[in-house]
Design a protein around this ligand. Structure first.
Ligand code: SAH
Length: 355
């Protein structure tokens, strides 16, 4: 059972507005200081109390002493040659039974900044510590699920990520299966949209596509773009490649995607990791084309990013292009996504849980 929230918040991001207000008032501040504080940190990205000069100095000193901005701690960071920056953030456990866990967040600057100087980075955030889905090609599920991230831990990834440079987009495509931690994710995304100004079409959530969960979300005003990891047109193969979805007919996943489009007016993107010799044949492309034909959607083909301990490899050169052309010739929209951050192990499927 989840422990009751502490009366004294352990970090600023963990405290909701009423909690923050009473904390501040109890220390001689004014109720409106709570909003000033959240605005400074979330909207303007000021990450040191001493620089929030619209608060009284005495209050700033108390905050400095008693209320860290973050609950997490940056334990490692790496920049790849292409500018992709990976953060490893450790979050404490709550109570005695929980050990600290670390998750990864990746800041991906635009590939060709000269094309559009106003374009900011894409931030890739994690939704769970580890992942219970256990796709055999993905590093994120190698240790299973440690625990769900809490809303403020997801928000913290955004705040720390934005401190590395302005964001234009964000994708919930880091560690974890977002729909298995939807309540916390959803609370976090509200904060990110309302207080940090990043949401709607600029935000993509990627999932293996549990049909009933998707249907429960769809009536919502769409707060994000939806990506569904499909990976193969063949049932038996999907049961193996996405074990948590074994037995769920591909047609049901696609039907839930169609419903999403009907209810939200936003097209679904199907993700397809291209695994050499596994799901990258012409037959796969033709069967995928058949499955998707007539549907309003697009396909992102992701050539596999290798993980040393896993027995999968990248398709041969030229094969992703051929695969794409088969889809495009059938009237589909398909794009190849060459991952960034490969050599820093910051690319799709290379992010992992550390404990
Ligand atoms: N669990 C969610 C979020 C992960 S998003 C989901 O599965 O959709 C990351 C995307 O990268 C998913 O489509 C995932 O299947 C894919 N992926 C996983 N491992 C990969 C790898 N090693 N190389 C390329 N893509 C990978």
């Amino acid at each position: 059972m989840e422990a009751a929230p502490p009366e004294v918040p352990r970090s600023l991001l963990e405290a909701d507005l009423p909690t923050l207000r009473s904390f501040i008032v109890a220390r001689g501040g004014k109720p409106f200081h709570a909003k000033v504080l959240r605005r400074a940190v979330l909207e303007r990205g000021v990450l040191a109390y001493e620089r929030i000069t619209d608060l009284p100095a005495g209050l700033r000193a108390i905050l400095e002493e008693e209320l860290p901005i973050f609950s997490g701690r940056l334990v490692d960071e790496r920049t790849a040659a292409d500018g992709t920056h990976k953060l490893l953030i450790e979050f404490p456990g709550r109570g005695e039974s929980e050990t600290p866990i670390s998750v990864e967040t990746v800041h991906i600057p635009p590939a060709r900044p000269e094309r559009d100087p106003n374009k900011g980075a894409t931030l890739c955030v994690s939704s769970q510590a580890g992942c219970p889905v256990a796709c055999p090609f993905c590093a994120s599920g190698l240790l299973g699920l440690a625990r769900n991230l809490r809303a403020h831990e997801i928000v913290e990834q955004y705040v720390r990520g934005r401190a590395l440079g302005p964001l234009s987009r964000s994708v919930v495509m880091g560690i974890g299966e977002p729909l298995l931690n939807y309540a916390q994710l959803s609370a976090a995304l509200d904060t990110v949209r309302d207080e940090m100004g990043l949401g709607g079409r600029k935000l993509t959530v990627s999932t293996v596509g549990f049909p009933d969960r998707l249907r429960r979300l769809a009536p919502d005003k769409p707060r994000f773009q939806l990506a569904i990891s499909l990976h193969t047109p063949d049932q038996e193969q999907r049961d193996r490649l996405v074990p948590a979805m074994a037995g769920v007919p591909i047609e049901e996943v696609l039907a839930a995607g169609d419903d999403w489009f009907e209810k939200t007016g936003r097209e679904v993107t199907y993700e397809y990791v291209l695994l050499g010799g596994e799901n990258d044949s012409e037959g796969h492309a033709l069967r995928l084309r058949e499955r998707l034909s007539g549907r309003r959607c697009s396909v992102n083909l992701i050539p596999y990013n290798p993980t040393p301990e896993l027995p999968f490899y990248r398709p041969e050169s030229g094969s992703p292009e051929y695969f794409r052309d088969v889809l495009v010739d059938g009237g589909l929209t398909a794009t190849i996504r060459w991952s960034r951050g490969l050599e820093g192990a910051a690319a799709c499927g290379q992010l992992r849980l550390v404990r």
